[in-house]
Design a protein around this ligand. Structure first.
Ligand code: SAM
Length: 247
């Protein structure tokens, strides 16, 4: 199934409508979820949110990450995930059902952009709905993950890969950080803080194809993240961005 096609989008929607997104039994994912939640919690005080703020959680699934205060708009193609969200709107990241300049902050985490074939369009769409001085928290999977070492995908700006999610095969796009930063800059977003995770587990997984086994090594991330040169080789990257536009 070609990535980025309507049939791919339909398959992603059906899949996410049917599954539990972060099963606690999956150590690999638990590590990512804890890191995303901690990053958002750490950056939240800098977001300048007030009860009058509007926050878009793009590709929300059923997780709000307690972003507050303000009105939290959860948007996802998997409409069943929105059933219990107070302000859920079904919609595609590449064509958001929101007005231009209508949100103060956009949170787009959980590898949402890795399912979008047209990353420039997705980032431009986020930039369209975020106010001129707004902020963005963006998380994505990197092509510089040790999982792709010694393959043609490694370090590519954009590459289609066959990887895994909850122990099942899935096809997504992965991106080089430089490419994502370039697109963010073109859209007026400056990266003001960043964090990375999953250095060791993907390396172990690259050579010993056991997810259960590899995921145990995630606890060594805190040491590797301080080693210059190695610390750019993570599976997951999260940025806090400040919009410098004029809208
Ligand atoms: C791994 S889940 C993460 C969900 C949530 N952000 C979280 O962190 O818990 C990825 C989500 O992206 C959504 N998604 C994928 N492609 C999308 C698109 N083009 N537009 C909107 N949502 C999309 C999926 O439906 C799914 O809910």
């Amino acid at each position: 199934m070609p990535l980025g096609s309507d049939s791919y989008l339909r398959a992603v929607r059906e899949k996410y409508n049917a599954i539990e997104i972060w099963p606690s039994t999956d150590r690999w994912l638990a590590h990512v979820k804890t890191w995303i939640a901690a990053s958002i919690a750490a950056w939240q005080p800098t977001l300048g949110l007030t009860p009058a703020s509007r926050v878009l959680n793009a590709g929300s699934g059923d997780e709000s990450y307690n972003v507050s205060p303000g009105l939290l708009i959860d948007c996802d193609i998997a409409e069943k995930k929105l059933a219990n969200m107070p302000c859920g709107v079904a919609g595609d990241l590449a064509n958001l059902p929101l007005k231009t300049g209508s949100v103060d902050v956009c949170v787009c985490v959980g590898s949402v952009v890795n399912y979008v074939g047209d990353l420039p369009k997705a980032i431009a769409e986020i930039a369209r709905v975020v106010k001129g001085d707004g902020r963005l928290i963006l998380e994505f999977e990197s092509s510089r993950s040790p999982e792709y070492m010694f393959t043609a995908h490694f370090g590519q700006d954009v590459s289609q890969v066959s990887t895994f999610y909850i122990y099942e095969n899935e096809n997504i796009w992965v991106y080089a950080e430089e490419h994502v930063r370039r697109l963010l800059a073109e859209a007026g977003f400056e990266v003001v803080a960043e964090s990375r995770t999953h250095f060791v587990a993907p390396m172990i997984y690259r050579f010993k194809k056991s997810l259960h086994y590899a995921a145990r090594f995630a606890r060594f991330d805190k040491y590797v993240s301080w080693i210059p040169g190695l610390n750019k080789h993570s599976a997951n990257v999260i940025y806090l961005c400040q919009r410098r536009g004029k809208r």
